[in-house]
Design a protein around this ligand. Sequence first.
Ligand SMILES: Nc1ncnc2c1ncn2[C@@H]1O[C@H](COP(=O)(O)OP(=O)(O)OP(=O)(O)O)[C@@H](O)[C@H]1O
Length: 239
Amino acid sequence: MILQTHDLWRTFGGVAAVAGVNFNLEEGELRCLIGANGAGKSTFFKMLTGQIKPTSGRITLFGEDATNLPSYAIARKGVGVKTQVPNLFNGLSVRENLFLAAQRVFDKQAAANAADAMLETIRMKEQAYTLAGELAHGHRQWVELGMILVNEPKLVLLDEPAAGMTAGEVERTIALLNELRGQRTFIIVEHDMHFIRRIAEKVTVFHRGRVLVEDTMEAVVRNTEVRDAYLGQHGKEAR
Ligand SMILES: Nc1ncnc2c1ncn2[C@@H]1O[C@H](COP(=O)(O)OP(=O)(O)OP(=O)(O)O)[C@@H](O)[C@H]1O
């Protein structure tokens, strides 16, 4: 088991954003977290990344307690996080961005090799020397993903990786994640049901701070409780 949460809670004033979540993630899984606006996904995600401290409960990461670790310590344990806040150096090339990220864990030569290998993985060899600031939105997202993957994290947490992408860019992101499936362990928070349907194995549905259902995408789409709680808004896309 890579990650577990035990009766995890986070309250804001009187509001329980996350209310007693028990969550288990095995190595090699690609897990999607879904739920309506305000269901508690972001708060849960931010507790896993160390951005928000739990009110109570525990987080176990790679078999060790990680409940109150700050973000940098979680990163150091081998967790790569992609939030929605851009993390690129616009004045540097794609390759330089990847190289700098790789240098956090590798020496110079190994970082250069890792950056070149990552250019292949994210299919951006031709844009290696393009400035990050000149890239289209989808391309920027892939470079950011590359900057996380280049450090070979044991767990990758992605917050809405398909947000703002064109249909073509979403397709390429799906292909990339399908390629990486099994090689890395992922948790992906996402609203785009088309995207989730194409990548999901097991899906965890949040509702009012709790886990409503955890099952395959097919079972989740058929579940009447989920339809009432969430898919009512997105059902057409999901079906
Ligand atoms: N910093 C905060 N202060 C007060 N209330 C908060 C805070 N963060 C979240 N909440 C509340 O906690 C609940 C869960 O919010 P959260 O953002 O985790 O949901 P979500 O499922 O990620 O929603 P979305 O899909 O809109 O991002 C909501 O009622 C929200 O208003």
